[in-house]
Ligand binder design. Structure first.
Ligand code: IVH
Length: 670
């Protein structure tokens, strides 16, 4: 095909594709099948590939493909994107109407015309069209400046790259909401769950997260939609009212929600609010209220803005969706990090079109505060969130013979002690091998700053645990290359590398091992402090709460957590098996910041509290050096009972001689 014919054909295909996009996304009334649409797209792609010079940025083939960004650029909105004042009930809506009439000096019996719209629960955005072509798309941000997310907005099929029609404004700024349908959101989360990716809390977060991707190809894979509802600056088109504006948008190819309504007065707007509330549960997307706007732009202008909200509009929120039902049971769910969450098992109830069988009680404190008991009748709410929650108990309906609920003292999954440090909300399982948290335990254990087992990524951990090859971190040290090769998609080379990395970790330093155990409140720093002060794993393990608390930087909360950890039989077993697996742990690497950094010690005579070996390890743990013989370079000779010739030599050289007590003081242990 010669280039002139190609140009004609490409033009024809684009127009046809755009028309189908418009029918599908804006009018909600498609004319062809998906397969037919795909055929048109393929034909256009082929032609553009044959004639690259004919590709233009507004071609429907060019929605995806912009390169990932380093960061978003800020853009200032020509007209600030305001926020809305709230009305919480019908009386406040009437008061809003009266206020406007007073301000405009209109008689109270007269009527202001309004436009009523759903209030969409998504992400506010602005699109700018210059001479019909989409030039910039941005988030609302703080209302004054937002982020330039043009490449991401271009991937949304409901966003036309070029306005329809012969007469388009020279400049059109139009605001709207990017959102996700509830069904699409559920599907997306299910897929993410299957891939082990974190879930989005609700459709709004999913939409926001998807729109704020630096790589547009990720956004392109997310089921985002858009409704437009509000003008920014418009040049080259005369529009006198919100209603007229909303009617023009679809002609230009911009999607408007079909539940918008013109109301002859506040009474109709209130009716609209009631209707939408009743309809809310059957809409495919989340709305959290309705917005009432004065229709005429001239009136809007007279009314103006107060404190960043227009005086001419108000958001009328819906109460969160609630139902009452019965608590059949309360169970403790153990999460991936070992946190125990009390969950109410409910007599199934439909809330906003979804059947709810369980509701979270968050934590023990919340249970206490609400005093939720098995057998209670409770109010349950889905507040746009995925996880329903118990709001309150209908105390009048409480049956006799109930008692307060307490989370179990033992983990329902592994039987280890459950710990809830004072002042904290969350109760946690302390069992290092608890199946509920095993994957997370291993991930932490192997992480770079812990045992640094390179190549033991999340995927492999999942497979090792799911195949039952690893039931505790100690099992890592029993893995054979053949075990790894039995996992699908594991190449021989990477299996060999992983085995070598595991082997290297056998000699990790003491502080790393301590940190790797994932003891609550024992971070890297505390692990270093402990390694330095105690020198050996055994010494830490055997130290009681009191001895631990005596260490500077170890408070009672940390001490209790460590003591509890080492009281768990299963943890002791895992540690024993680590030892059997050859994990020896070298003393912490000479630490330039240690209490004894750069100092050389020599021991002579018999010490009272420490063996020579322990003493030497303590010195090294604190960044010092333990030597066997005295020289001018010796900083301290530590003399026990019946010191030998080293004592005399030290005296002769003028080296400082100290007693065991003094030595322990230097370490900060006394
Ligand atoms: S009009 C000055 N209309 O609500 C007019 N906003 O609190 C301001 N929103 O950030 C916006 N649905 O993202 C308007 N039908 C609707 C809306 C709507 C949702 C959001 C919007 C804005 C927030 C204002």
């Amino acid at each position: 095909m010669d280039i002139r014919a190609a140009r004609r054909e490409i033009g024809r295909l684009r127009a046809e594709i755009e028309r189908h996009n418009w029918r599908y996304h804006v009018l909600d009334d498609p004319e062809i099948s998906d397969a037919g649409y795909d055929r048109l797209m393929r034909r256009l792609l082929d032609l553009e590939r044959e004639h690259p010079s004919l590709v233009t940025p507004d071609s429907p083939t060019q929605r995806v493909g912009a390169a990932p960004l380093e960061e978003f650029v800020h853009v200032t909105h020509a007209v600030p994107m305001l926020s809305l004042a709230n009305a919480t009930d019908e009386e406040e809506m009437r008061e809003f109407d009266r206020r406007l009439k007073r301000f405009l000096k209109l008689p109270e019996e007269g009527a202001i015309e309004y436009v009523a719209e759903p209030k969409f629960d998504g992400v506010g955005v602005e699109l700018v069209y210059e001479n019909g072509a989409l030039s910039v798309g941005s988030t609302r941000g703080d209302g004054v400046t937002g982020e330039d997310v043009t490449s991401n907005l271009r991937t949304i099929r409901g966003v036309p790259l070029r306005l329809r029609g012969k007469k388009v404004p020279r400049r059109l700024e139009v605001r709207g909401e990017v959102y996700m349908d509830i069904g699409d959101f559920d599907r997306l989360n299910r897929e993410r769950g299957e891939r082990g990716e974190p879930l989005f809390a609700n459709p709004r977060n999913a939409a926001a997260g998807s729109l704020r991707q630096l790589d547009p190809s990720i956004t392109a894979g997310r089921p985002l939609r858009i409704f437009l509802y509000s003008p920014g600056r418009i040049e080259g088109a005369a529009i006198g009212s919100q209603w007229e504006f909303l009617r023009r948008l679809p002609e230009w190819g911009l999607r408007v929600n079909r539940h918008v309504r013109r109301c002859g007065g506040i009474r109709e707007a209130i009716d609209y609010h009631r209707e939408m509330e009743a309809r809310r549960g059957s809409l495919p997307y989340e709305i959290d209220g309705v917005v009432i706007k004065v229709d005429r732009f001239a009136l809007q202008e007279r009314l103006g803005v107060i404190s960043r909200s227009p005086r001419w509009a108000i958001a009328c929120k819906f109460p969160p969706r609630q139902e009452t039902t019965k608590v059949l049971d309360i169970v403790a769910q153990v999460g991936r990090t070992g946190a125990l969450t009390p969950v109410a098992v409910l007599d199934p109830v439909r809330i906003g079109g979804v059947e709810v069988r369980r509701a979270t009680l968050h934590n023990q404190g919340e249970v206490d505060r609400k005093d939720v008991r098995v057998g209670d009748t409770v109010v349950v709410q889905r507040a746009g969130d995925v996880i329903p929650e118990v709001v309150k108990v209908v105390t009048a309906a409480r049956p006799p013979g109930t008692g307060p609920y307490r989370l179990p003292a033992k983990c329902p999954v592994c039987g280890a002690d459950v710990e809830r440090p004072e002042g904290e909300a969350v109760s946690r399982c302390t069992g290092i091998s608890c199946p509920a948290r095993l994957k997370e335990t291993i991930r932490h254990f192997a992480s770079r700053r812990a045992m640094d087992i390179d190549g033991l990524g999340e995927r492999i951990i999942d497979r090792l645990v799911e195949r039952g090859l690893v039931r505790s971190v100690a099992d890592l040290y029993r893995l054979k290359e053949d075990d790894l090769l039995s996992l699908d998609r594991m190449a021989e080379k990477s299996a060999g590398n992983l085995i070598a990395a595991i082997d290297r970790s056998r000699k990790a330093t003491l502080d790393r091992l301590i940190f790797a155990l994932g003891i609550r409140h024992v971070g890297e720093h505390v692990a270093k402090v402990l390694a330095r002060r105690f020198g050996t794993f055994e010494a830490i393990q055997e130290a009681g709460e009191e001895e631990l608390t005596a260490v500077r930087e170890v408070g009672p909360r940390i001490a209790r957590s460590i003591a509890t950890f080492f009281r768990q039989k299963a943890n002791l077993a895992a540690i024993e098996r680590l030892r059997e697996g050859g994990v020896t742990c070298a003393p912490a690497a000479g630490d330039a910041t240690g209490a004894l950094a750069g100092r050389t010690f020599v021991f002579t005579g018999s010490l009272e509290r420490l063996t020579r070996e322990e003493a030497a390890r303590l010195v090294e743990g604190a960044g010092g050096r333990a030597s066997g013989s005295v020289s001018r370079k010796t900083d301290y000779v530590v003399a026990g009972a019946d010191p030998g010739s080293k004592y005399a030599k030290a005296k002769g050289l003028g080296v400082k001689i100290i007693a065991e007590e003094e030595f322990l003081r230097l370490l900060g242990r006394r």
